[in-house]
Design a protein around this ligand. Structure first.
Ligand code: ZN
Ligand code: ZN
Length: 341
């Protein structure tokens, strides 16, 4: 019997299609192995080619090894939005436009062309997260910025165009309809029950245990009860925080370990699938609110969105979230992680 489940946060409905349910291991990616070299002379993000990118806005300098730097943050050469215009609005009857103001950063995660987060030492993952936090905090202070999205596209099916490991940040002068909607729903729940809906959900999931992938001192990684797609894994801070910019130093180290472990489990268990991850943080105007709780969402790209999803706004998931969680809990990764590369 299939089951319709409602997402506690977005209120969207998902069909968990157990009739055509697949065993988690059947979902493993079938793409050929990625075998990039550690250094590619023509790659603009490889060391030695720093002059091929716009000037850095932030750098974590070398840690004593041979590499000239550890992480670089640069403006995207092909930015979706531009920091050089003012966000003036025009409204003409039903047509509304804003000049394309915004900030579009690229975070070059490592000097190595082939080292993905799943295989980095935790300390290097923490450096990337520190760059996210620094940029998030700085851009949140700009009164023209309403919302900041941090994301990573890993692999062609996840929309990446450049192989060298990197993530991106887009700061926009508007709050999207989807984010507005979620903020409203969270506020409505807070008004009604006097609690953060996500804090409540984390508590319930820790009691239920069946959808937990891993829990650490500061974070919980789990499969959503109404997960839109197979192995979509959310990582929540246990401490209530509306904005990612409020993450502490200890929490950064813990998130680095949690994120790296989740990505390594996906890599090992599902044959290095393409994936996106994104940090969903409160809009700038909601920093510090009691009702919104930021989280990081990892979305493996194992299935495609098709006509039904586009037409109905509902999703069909063919892997039981409880089975996905059990599968990921059992993938052993410590041995697969290279330390001190
Ligand atoms: Zn490169
Ligand atoms: Zn909360």
């Amino acid at each position: 019997m299939s089951e319709l489940r409602q997402n506690f946060f977005t209120k969207e409905w998902v069909i968990i299609a157990t009739e055509r349910a697949k065993r988690p291991e059947e979902m493993a990616s079938r793409r050929p192995e990625r075998n990039a070299a550690a250094f590619v002379p023509t790659c603009p993000f490889c060391p030695g080619n720093e002059d091929k990118t716009p000037p850095e806005v932030l750098r974590i300098p070398a840690g004593g090894g041979h590499d000239p730097w550890q992480v670089r943050v640069i403006p995207n050469k092909f930015a979706a939005l531009s920091r050089d215009v003012q966000p003036g609005r025009t409204i003409h009857r039903t047509r509304r436009t804003i000049q394309g103001f915004g900030v579009h950063d690229v975070i070059v995660e490592t000097p190595s062309h082939s080292l993905s987060i799943a295989h980095m030492p935790d300390s290097e993952v923490a450096n990337i997260l520190r760059c996210y936090r620094a940029r998030h905090q700085e851009l949140s202070l700009d009164p023209r910025i309403e919302h900041i999205t941090i994301f990573k596209n890993h692999g062609v099916d996840a929309g990446t165009s450049l192989e060298h490991p990197h993530s991106q940040l887009v700061a926009s002068p508007v709050i999207s309809y989807q984010v507005r909607q979620r903020v409203h729903e969270a506020l409505r729940h807070y008004d009604e029950y006097g609690e953060c809906i996500t804090c409540q959900n984390i508590e319930e999931e820790l009691e239920d245990k069946v959808r937990i992938v891993m829990a650490t001192e500061h974070f919980v990684a789990l499969e959503l009860f109404a997960s839109y797609s197979p192995f979509c894994t959310h990582i929540y801070p246990r401490r209530h925080m509306a904005s990612f910019g409020d993450i502490s130093a200890a929490e950064i180290n813990d998130l680095a370990r949690t994120l790296r472990t989740v990505l390594a489990k996906l890599h090992t268990g599902l044959n290095d699938p393409d994936y996106n991850f994104t940090i969903r943080s409160a809009p700038a105007e909601c920093v510090g609110v009691k009702y919104f709780h930021w989280y990081l969402s990892v979305i493996p790209r194992l299935t495609r969105v098709a006509g039904f999803e586009l037409g109905s706004g509902m999703f069909i998931n063919t892997v039981l979230p409880e089975a996905a969680a059990e599968f990921l809990r059992n993938v052993k990764v410590e041995a697969a992680v290279a330390v001190g590369v």
